[in-house]
Write a protein that binds this ligand. Structure first.
Ligand code: B12
Length: 314
């Protein structure tokens, strides 16, 4: 019979297994975490009080403030990042699509890998219960990633890693097995305000606080109204789906190695979409194109609405 691994050995091996699946960075946090968790949870409440969630009513779910509601008996979590930066470029004169959505739907990519890790954990600790969370679970993804040491929260509110910048999508494996925690990351934005200054709609209303109503990403992805607000139309540039301005300007996002994850490689059409195509494709054509993509959240009529707002790009 093989020897039962110690908590430290198990934690180390779990992180190695995660790295083998292509996750980088990876880290572990213990529940309930440091006092930082309470500070960030209070910040969520202030954000909600200020109505920065706009029409995302689901952000108000009280469960988001208490990780215990996601998995009964949770003691630890593994936080993972998946690099989605690739060196491809969009064709000149085409509509801009945010990088997180160039490849396949990251929710599925990350969830599949996290489930593999959960099953591996079960082989080591048969009584362990676990839950894979990617984005849509009511969890403060960046806050727990910060706690697990895989990066710090930047002034644009994104989680940044020293080697991968903020071009990482986050996932978490919650589990009932006690694991050995890593140290939280050190903040490294310093005096830099580049993201705040670059945002054409002033959506970063103060360091670390994004007003969704003013954010081009929110407006192009989440807003379900038939018209975009005038202030957004005036500043939308060529962004038809999401926006990367506050990330592109960030000095930590320079010279990032291209992702080797096959599912993060861009679909050709996303690099060459013209305004004329976006306006002329039928619902059926759009649905075909959007299959298996996180961009499915943007309905065909929203693509047309967004493209309509972009005046100067052909
Ligand atoms: C709602 C949401 C949005 C909304 C609101 C954005 C926002 N900043 O909240 C909209 C639709 C606008 C959006 C846009 C984008 N999103 Co989004 N989104 C989320 C979601 C579902 C919740 C985020 C949240 O909790 N917001 C609530 C507010 C209160 O939190 P916050 O802005 O993060 O503020 C925190 C910090 O600022 C911190 N804080 C407060 N004060 C202080 C002070 C100091 C000193 C420090 C250090 C920190 C700090 O505490 C706050 C509360 O936790 C998460 C997934 C998840 N389950 O967590 C993805 C998530 C944040 N999104 C993601 C992505 C990729 C994006 C986009 C880049 C997509 C794009 N290119 O278009 C943009 C980025 C825009 C931006 N600058 O935020 C990734 C980010 C990955 C990363 N490396 O950080 C996430 C984590 C999804 C994932 N699982 O990978 N998103």
């Amino acid at each position: 019979m093989s020897k039962i691994k110690s908590q430290n050995e198990l934690s180390k091996e779990l992180k190695l297994e995660a790295a083998k699946l292509g996750f980088d960075p990876v880290g572990i946090a213990r529940i309930p975490g440091s006092e930082r968790i309470q500070l960030r949870t209070d910040a969520l409440q202030r954000w909600l009080n200020a109505k920065h969630q706009a029409d995302m009513g689901w952000m108000e779910a009280p469960r988001r403030k208490n990780i215990n509601t996601l998995l009964d008996g949770v003691t630890s979590l593994l936080a993972v990042g998946l690099n989605y930066y690739t060196s491809h470029k969009q064709n000149p004169g085409t509509l801009s699509i945010a990088r997180y959505a160039w490849g396949k739907d990251y929710h599925k990519t990350i969830e599949k890998k996290l489930k593999k890790l959960g099953r591996w954990l079960e082989t080591q600790r048969p009584n362990c219960r676990w839950k894979a969370c990617v984005d849509s679970a009511p969890l403060l993804d960046k806050v727990w990633a910060e706690e697990a040491g895989i990066g710090w929260i930047g002034k644009n509110s994104n989680l940044l890693n020293k080697r991968k910048g903020s071009w990482i999508l986050l996932g978490h494996l919650l589990c009932t097995e006690p694991l050995t925690p890593d140290k939280p990351a050190t903040p490294r934005c310093g005096q830099c305000q580049a993201c705040i200054e670059a945002c054409p709609t002033n959506a970063i209303v103060e360091p670390f606080v994004v007003s969704s109503q003013k954010c081009i990403a929110y407006q192009t992805i989440e807003n379900r109204s038939s018209k975009l607000p005038n202030e957004i139309v005036d500043s939308i540039g060529s962004w038809v789906a999401g926006c990367d301005i506050c990330q592109e300007i960030c000095p930590w996002n320079n010279e990032i190695e291209s992702s080797s994850e096959p599912e993060m490689q861009p679909s050709k059409w996303k690099l060459e979409l013209t305004r004329a195509e976006a306006l002329s494709w039928s619902d059926e054509e759009w649905k075909k194109k959007l299959q298996g993509s996180a961009l499915k959240r943007i309905k065909p009529w929203m693509w047309r609405r967004n493209a309509e707002a972009i005046n100067n790009h052909k």
